[in-house]
Design a protein around this ligand. Structure first.
Ligand SMILES: Cc1cc2nc3c(=O)[nH]c(=O)nc-3n(C[C@H](O)[C@H](O)[C@H](O)COP(=O)(O)OP(=O)(O)OC[C@H]3O[C@@H](n4cnc5c(N)ncnc54)[C@H](O)[C@@H]3O)c2cc1C
Length: 385
């Protein structure tokens, strides 16, 4: 069992930003918590498909690779571990969250941020004959044509879901022999709409055959050879694939009801980015990451210390404008000292409490904390617990 303060499921832009904000609070008074990212693929999510990302409009675009590089630099700097695995189930146990991983491991966390985007991505971006539908439906047919051309006499595999029924007319004649991979329960919704073979398989592994063809290994043991693959994000963005969450948070119109901190009705469970089914965009993912990251930090801090965390220059829950009329409080190291003296039970930093923290100058204290946090990485399995 691996323990962490905040588990962030999905290492796309939303998840990376959320983990960074859990770790990078203003350390003047606040404490850094431990965040762990979980993703079956390389970090980056859809940013790994390259190209440019338009943030606000034509005047503000950034190369996807550059955004990713900067996020990864912070992930490294803040020593945020990444568990390369897929979360298959999320439940609550003794007031904590328990995350089950595809390979059999478990992670326990006090707060969870689901930043799973549209669906798990493993290594599809490695293959030049994997295409993705990301623009509007008016581009679908040209992308399909390109997939059919690249596939030659081999089939095109389309990863999609029940929403493809709405696109059936666009698929039309272009993919008569297509193979459609859909999540459990979606096949019956698509029979009659799509010609070709429909297979229920929420996940797969991609590989290259010795003669350079694309292979898809399905969980049932079947291996499909394909000339090209099309990831139908038009359908997935409308209906993201979430790991089963038990108990189910309150929903509204099929999506989770969220507070302004992006917390669901299950206290401590947050959503960020495309998975929240709001506007699917990079700017939203980054903003959500900050909001959910701070929200999760606040949740853990409150539970642990029974107080509001000093996240900003002003002290929550006071309002910033209250400070305009009087001097800002003089910062002290009180909170950190208190925490070092009496770390919460079970916290990985336990053991630091014997240091005479109140006599330590701040630079040593900072180093003490940094050392303690660095020693947490990489996380180790704790099977005896
Ligand atoms: C080619 C392309 C061009 C785009 N252009 C623009 C643009 O110009 N402007 C713009 O704003 N947006 C654009 N987008 C969309 C933008 O990239 C996405 O909105 C953004 O990446 C969403 O970020 P996210 O972190 O929410 O999700 P994602 O980037 O999808 O990342 C989600 C991550 O979660 C992981 N995951 C999923 N399920 C699990 C699980 N069960 N367990 C563990 N991990 C899991 C996935 O493997 C993935 O790494 C474009 C997308 C593409 C593909």
């Amino acid at each position: 069992m691996i323990r962490t303060d905040v588990a962030v499921v999905g290492a796309g832009p939303a998840g990376l930003t959320a983990a960074i904000r859990v770790r990078f609070v203003k350390t003047f008074q606040a404490l850094s918590l431990h965040a762990t990212l979980i993703d079956p693929g390389q970090p980056g999510g859809l940013l790994r498909f390259g190209g440019e990302r338009m943030l606000s409009g034509p005047g503000l675009r950034l190369p996807a690779a550059e955004v990713l590089e900067r996020l990864l630099a912070d992930q490294r700097r803040l020593e945020i571990p990444l568990i390369k695995d897929q979360v298959t189930r999320l439940s609550q146990q003794d007031d904590r969250f328990l995350l089950n991983l595809e390979t059999g491991g478990q992670v326990q966390a006090e707060a969870v941020i689901l930043a799973t985007g549209s669906r798990p991505l493993v290594d599809e971006d490695r293959f030049s004959n994997v295409l993705i539908t990301y623009k509007g439906t008016s581009y679908l047919r040209s992308i399909l044509r390109e997939a059919a051309e690249r596939a030659g006499d081999q089939p095109v595999v389309v990863a999609t879901n029940r929403r493809a029924a709405l696109l059936a007319e666009l698929y039309g004649d272009l993919l008569p022999e297509g193979i459609f991979l859909v999540p459990e329960g979606d096949r019956s919704r698509l029979s009659g709409f799509l010609s070709g073979r429909i297979i229920e398989a929420g996940t797969w592994r991609t590989a290259e055959s010795p003669d350079g063809r694309l292979e898809l290994h399905l969980p049932a043991g079947e291996c499909l050879e394909a000339g090209a693959m099309l990831l139908d994000y038009l359908s997935f963005q409308a209906r993201p694939l979430l790991p089963p969450v038990l108990p189910q948070p309150e929903t509204k119109g099929g999506t989770y009801r969220l507070t302004s901190e992006l917390e669901t009705s299950l206290p401590g469970l947050f959503l960020a980015g495309d998975v929240s089914c709001r506007y699917a965009s990079l700017a939203t993912a980054l903003g959500d990451g900050v909001t959910a990251g701070f929200g999760a930090y606040r949740h853990v801090y409150r539970r642990r210390f029974g107080a509001e965390p000093p996240l900003f220059a002003y002290q929550a829950p006071e309002r910033p404008q209250d400070h305009l009329e009087r001097e800002l409080p003089v910062p002290t190291y009180d909170l950190r000292l208190r925490w070092l003296e009496t770390p919460p039970p079970d916290h990985p930093l336990l053991g630091e409490e014997r240091r005479p923290a109140d006599h330590l100058p701040s630079d040593i204290l900072d180093r003490t904390l940094a050392e303690g946090l660095a020693s947490l990485v990489p996380l180790e399995d704790d099977d005896e617990e």
